[in-house]
Design a protein around this ligand. Structure first.
Ligand code: G3H
Ligand code: 13P
Ligand code: ZN
Length: 309
């Protein structure tokens, strides 16, 4: 068991129809729930830390907690920086022992995104760390743009090929219609699979990454709302679309929102049903179990990654 890069995991996933789950972590219970699920399912595992998570938990804690999860479960785990916005945070994470970093230069013009990505690739590769970059923009319905304007932000296949060749990046996050959070679509969900297939055909050896891949399962939204929440109109990516994406080169599927909903629904329920309890372990235990169940569901039914370790 070790903290490992994503290279071997992606090489296997690329040859097959499954994808590796990359789950966002913020505290001990979330890490335990996810790692236990991956162990039970015998699945490959990426735990990812956003800048917000790093600030919330403080850098040293999450690294140590992920190391503890590795020791406790005996699993190889990829420790990944999610959406690093500049060279500095990527460098810090490489130096802190992360085995994979994402440099998200998607808000910059193409050439600037390439230059920034190249700089991170040079630093990370010299230390044996793998790098994910992003091309195209993930726009959500909250961004209030129409369908044409939204697809104009999708990844251009020719640019993707040029980007990968010139930067030497290990994997590429693409924009085909997903977005972060619980409000991904108004009306019918749509992902541009034709575009995904074109990208995959042009760079067949590059593992592709799907951000914003939560399904926002209606039962969990309903459970939050039943126990005092107020999350109207939430909608995510249907599960069959994730399964399809995994067939066209998507090797890494990013999931955060579905974990947040599972945990919050459980804690809300507990508080309503046990108004006299105030021991945090009492409500964090079922919350941890809810994370585990959600991740097992994803691995088995959505990512098709059981026994792929
Ligand atoms: O990409 C977004 C992830 O869900 C992380 O979210 O920045 O609130 O930690 P966060
Ligand atoms: P969701 O908000 O759909 O879970 O996406 C998470 C993500 O892409 C993290 O980088
Ligand atoms: Zn993301």
């Amino acid at each position: 068991m070790a903290l490992v890069t994503s290279r071997a995991m992606f090489a296997q996933a690329l040859k097959s129809d499954y994808a590796v789950g990359a789950f966002n972590v913020n505290n001990m219970e979330i890490i335990q729930g996810i790692a236990d699920a991956a162990k039970i399912e015998n699945a490959p595992l990426i735990l990812q830390v956003s800048a917000g998570a790093r600030k919330y938990a403080r850098p040293a804690y999450l690294v140590k907690l992920v190391e503890a999860a590795m020791e406790d479960t005996g699993l190889d785990i990829v420790l990944h920086l999610d959406h690093g916005e500049d060279f500095d945070i990527c460098k810090k994470c490489v130096d802190d022992g992360f085995t994979s970093v994402m440099i998200d230069g998607s808000k910059h013009p193409f050439e600037e995104n390439m230059a920034l990505t190249k700089q991170v690739v040079e630093y990370a590769h010299a230390k044996g760390v793998s790098v994910e970059a992003e091309l195209g923009k993930l726009a959500g319905i909250e961004d209030n743009i129409n369908v044409d304007a939204r697809s104009a932000t999708f990844t251009d296949p020719d640019e993707a090929a040029e980007f990968v060749e010139k930067t030497g990046v290990d994997s590429l996050a693409i924009a085909i219609g997903t977005s972060h959070g619980a409000y991904k679509f108004k009306g019918e969900p749509f992902l541009d699979f034709e575009r995904l297939q074109k990208i995959h055909a042009l760079i067949p050896d590059t593992p592709l990454v799907l951000h914003g891949a939560s399904t926002v399962l209606p039962d969990f939204v309903a459970k939050c709302n039943e126990f005092g929440g107020n999350i109207p109109g939430a909608q995510g990516v249907p599960e069959d679309m994730i399964r399809t994406a995994a067939k066209y080169g998507i090797c890494k599927v990013n999931i955060d929102t579905d974990l947040r909903l599972a945990m919050t629904a459980e804690i809300r329920k507990y508080f309503i049903e046990h108004p006299a309890e105030f021991d945090p372990r009492k409500y964090l235990s079922p919350a941890r179990d809810a994370i585990q169940a959600m991740v097992q569901h994803k691995i088995k039914n959505v990512l098709n990654a059981s026994n792929k370790r």
